[in-house]
Design a protein around this ligand. Structure first.
Ligand code: GDP
Length: 506
């Protein structure tokens, strides 16, 4: 069986994702100094150009890939942007993982962002391990937290351990499987790896534990892997407590690379042919070189450096001479990669999100959607001579999934669409920083967009009457720009031969 575990962490901002990421990497030996993941100082600046960009933007807008190893298992952690608003980038990252860790704050429970990300996981039946963080602080009752997860997410919950007190009273975590208590020690209450038997559990907590073991379903790996049950662990990322147990759980229970749906049927990871798909493209990772990295999730076969693969988009084989494997600190050149691994492929725009890469060019992976934007804005240039630069920037950024862009059939006012407000800020700052284009966003006459599908004749007939509501997306595909969702319904009814789609699969 594969020793790869490819996963993401989903959480609401401030629940502790960054801190946990750092501790996971520390335990995996990928980084050696606490604080490096979010460090703001000079040390971080030197890390990589890529992170430098994130730092300049002051927010992590990229989804990075971090690889670490422990006990013969290779973990690929795909970072999802943790801010309140999220973009397609986040959705797409979740298409490339086999499982997720859901981090929740012991005092706050399920928060809005957690729920949204959870819904995306559910759409794709991504199994979830729950980590209740910050048990070193005063939290809610454990029952309350477990019941909230069960109710809010309609999931069976299975506590795998139980915290002995919380906050000032916190004495450790009892592992149900081994009946051992992990205890924090010393003034900082750092976990020192000491585990003891469960003799001296206070009576009230012993009672809680008895209730819990009787009241919640037993762990069932099948139910977990189907996305119906979540095992729940407790700990403190900050105090590095419970993190080792979490890693063990991922190694033991999280699924190895999954088969992926394609138009040629399901492709299994043990297939011989090398196949993969691009789930993300990041332009300008290095501002000096204007490079562009496509992130490919390997689905089957053993990838070897120098190999020729054909992207479904262009249909022209490319030799991949300098693929990149992402370790926490450095980008390392990959020689071999296995299913579940992510490799970065430098390119000049030939690789697109949603592309399948394969040796024979006979497979197309499915299920990488674009989502109809919820916010539309018109882009106006401060300096009208910069039209060409703006077009290039909008094309690049839409390819990354930062925005979507629509070029109306009539008029020269380009429209951008986003699913969250923050993306608009990111757009403006990146236009300035990376493309030296100053632009402002204005109200758009349109409220929503739908991709159109239908016969050429039907599309043409529609265009004859609705040209002022038609645009092309970055791929040149037709989009209906609607003034309201009522408008969408109306046109749908009038044009039953056309499909008005809120998502587009590439
Ligand atoms: P993110 O926004 O989810 O990435 O959260 P961070 O990792 O940046 O953590 C948010 C805040 O919570 C920071 O001030 C952390 O130091 C703090 N924090 C994270 N984990 C813990 C924990 O286990 N216990 C306590 N007390 N604080 C924590």
């Amino acid at each position: 069986m594969s020793n790869r575990r490819t996963f993401a962490i989903i959480s609401h901002p401030d629940a502790g994702k960054t801190t946990l990421t750092e501790k996971l990497l520390l335990q995996g030996g990928a980084i050696h100094l606490a604080g490096e993941v979010k460090a703001r100082g000079a040390a971080r600046r030197a890390r990589s150009d890529w992170m430098k960009i994130e730092q300049q933007r002051g927010i992590s807008v990229t989804s990075s890939v971090m690889t670490f190893e422990r006990d013969g298992v290779t973990f690929n952690l795909l970072d999802t942007p943790g801010h309140e608003d999220f973009s397609e980038d986040t959705y797409r990252t979740l298409t490339a993982v086999d499982s997720a860790i859901m981090v929740i704050d012991a005092a706050k429970g399920i928060e809005p962002q957690t729920r949204k990300l959870f819904e995306v996981c559910r759409l794709r039946s991504v199994p979830i391990i729950t980590f209740v963080n910050k048990v070193d602080r005063e939290g809610r009752s454990v029952f309350e937290t477990l019941d909230e997860v069960a109710d809010a997410l309609a999931l069976d919950v299975c506590p795998m351990a139980w915290p002995i007190g919380m906050g000032g009273e916190f004495k450790g975590v009892l592992d149900f499987a081994t009946n051992q208590i992990s205890r924090p020690e010393g003034d900082s209450r750092e976990f020192l790896g000491k585990r003891e038997g469960a003799e001296d559990i206070p009576a009230d907590i012993a009672e809680e534990i008895e209730l819990a073991q009787a009241g919640y379903p037993a762990f069932d790996i099948e139910a977990y892997r189907n996305g119906d049950l979540t095992p729940v662990y407790f700990g403190s990322a900050l105090k590095n407590f419970g993190v080792a147990e979490l890693i063990e759980a991922i190694a033991k229970y999280a699924p190895p690379p999954r088969p992926q749906p394609s138009d040629a049927g399901v492709i299994n990871p043990d297939g011989k042919e090398v196949t993969g798909f691009i789930f993300k493209v990041q332009a300008n990772m290095d501002p000096m070189h204007r490079d562009r990295i496509a992130f490919m999730r390997l689905v089957s076969g053993t990838f070897k450096r120098g190999m020729k693969l054909t992207p479904s988009g262009s249909g022209k084989p490319i030799a991949i001479h300098s693929p990149i494997l992402f370790f926490a600190q450095d980008r390392e050149i990959a020689d071999n990669a296995e299913p579940g691994d992510i490799i970065g492929i430098p390119n000049h725009g030939t690789l697109r999100v949603g592309d399948t890469l394969s040796e024979t060019n006979k497979v197309r992976f499915t299920g990488l959607p674009n989502f109809a934007p919820e916010i539309l804005r018109r882009v106006a240039l401060k300096d009208p001579t910069k039209t060409k630069q703006l077009r290039k920037a909008l094309d690049d950024l839409s390819e990354e999934g930062v925005i979507q862009v629509f070029y109306p059939e009539i008029g020269a006012q380009w429209i951008v669409g986003v699913v969250g407000q923050l993306q608009l800020e990111v757009l403006i700052s990146r236009l300035e920083a990376e493309y030296k284009v100053e632009a402002v966003l204005e109200a758009s006459p349109f409220d929503t967009a739908r991709w159109l599908r239908g016969s050429d004749a039907a599309l043409k007939a529609f265009a004859d009457f609705n040209l002022s509501n038609l645009a092309k997306d970055r791929d040149g595909d037709p989009v209906f720009m609607a003034r309201s969702s009522w408008d969408v319904g109306y046109q749908q009814e009038k044009n039953p031969e056309l499909v008005f789609s809120a998502t587009k699969e590439r």
